[in-house]
Design a protein around this ligand. Structure first.
Ligand code: FAD
Length: 320
């Protein structure tokens, strides 16, 4: 990479400590961006030089391959948040999603209560259109500053092509783009209601989230009215909405708590894969594949991962 000394770039850096699953191999090249300017500069540089560059936020929704991740991984620690009295917010993509909730709530703005308990950066939240309790991050977005094709520019929210836990940046044909700054507009709220709602969400999370390393829900819930109505034990509101939780299906095939090497499907919540003993990324992916196969053979449904696999997975690609 030309001019690398402009940036503090290191080779072969283990990514395992930078993921909440605590698994996976090294990045070929690695750097840390501590401001939006640094993030934009390194992204412009890498893209102009034809280097594959990807951003890692808090690593709470990814599984890097044990074989490593080729190209440059930019750890995003740019975390400035600016809030105007009018409710307009401009935040660095590396700010903590929960910190954004706290700061906006302190400014009397509502809307991000659901972010409590979602570990990760705002950039990572946008890529997967993170959400909970029927809200999601894309609802409040007014613009994004991105680096694409070596150029920094502002784009409309529609550029992201959001849908349920999805955006174009998750798809196999995703453009190589880096989210730098995010603009949002949040409505005014009543502070007591904002904090009460956030506390209630936090309480619900504590009751179902395992303490061991995980990436949260491993699979997306399934939207399928016919399937939902055919499942006798599914609660009525879910039958009506046509939503089948992935954890319900995994539990139904008897895999709740199932262990493979150092990886285990959640005991409280079967849609979590937890690292209970130095699991390799391969073990985690094998366990995910096993759950998918069982659910498919029993219900004819293909579970889709919410967690993103990073890097080279030749043994799995060969199988699919
Ligand atoms: C205990 C736990 C609970 C969770 N609960 C929820 C939940 O309720 N709802 C939910 O939706 N998710 C949940 N998650 C998943 C995860 O926290 C979210 O998806 C989170 O928003 C990811 O942010 P991150 O910074 O960790 O992203 P990362 O995991 O670091 O990255 C995810 C993807 O986004 C890309 N990316 C990150 N930043 C940028 C950027 N600036 N520009 C371009 N691409 C970027 C990465 O390259 C990667 O492809 C949970 C996870 C855990 C561990």
């Amino acid at each position: 990479m030309a001019n690398v000394d402009r940036f503090d770039i290191r080779a072969s850096v283990p990514l395992c400590p930078f993921t909440t699953l605590r698994a996976g191999g090294p990045a070929e090249l690695f750097t840390i961006a501590r401001s939006a300017t640094e993030l934009a500069n390194v992204a412009v540089h890498a893209q102009s030089e034809g280097i594959h560059a990807m951003v890692l936020g808090w690593g709470s929704n990814v599984l890097p391959s044990d074989n490593g991740v080729p190209g440059l991984v930019i750890l995003n620690r740019a975390r400035r948040i600016v809030i105007a009295r009018t409710g307009e917010v401009v935040a660095d993509s590396g700010c903590g999603f929960q910190e954004l909730f706290v700061k906006t709530a302190q400014a009397g703005l509502r809307g991000l209560e659901f972010a409590v308990g979602i570990p990760g950066t705002l950039g990572g939240a946008l890529v997967s259109n993170a959400g909970a309790y029927r809200s999601c991050v894309s609802e409040f977005l007014t613009g994004l500053q991105i680096v694409e094709n070596g150029k920094l520019s502002w784009v409309e929210p529609s550029w992201m092509q959001f849908s349920y836990r999805d955006s174009r940046l998750r798809r196999p044909d995703a453009p190589q783009a880096v989210l730098v700054n995010i603009a949002m507009k949040l409505p005014r709220g009543v502070p007591k209601q904002i904090y009460d709602e956030a506390r209630e969400y936090q309480r619900q999370r504590i009751s179902k989230q395992p303490p061991s390393p995980s990436a949260g829900s491993f699979f997306k819930n399934v939207n399928d009215k016919l399937l939902a109505q055919s499942l006798e034990r599914l609660p009525d509101p879910l039958k009506i909405a046509g939503v089948v939780p992935a954890g319900f299906l995994i539990e139904a095939v008897g895999l709740k708590g199932h262990r493979h090497g150092g990886a285990r499907l959640g005991v409280k919540h079967a849609n979590f894969i937890v690292n209970v003993g130095n699991a390799t990324a391969t073990e985690i992916r094998e366990l995910a594949g096993f759950a998918k196969a069982k659910v498919h053979s029993r219900f004819g449904v293909e579970l889709e991962e919410e967690v993103l696999y990073l890097g080279d997975w030749p043994e799995f690609d060969a199988r699919s």
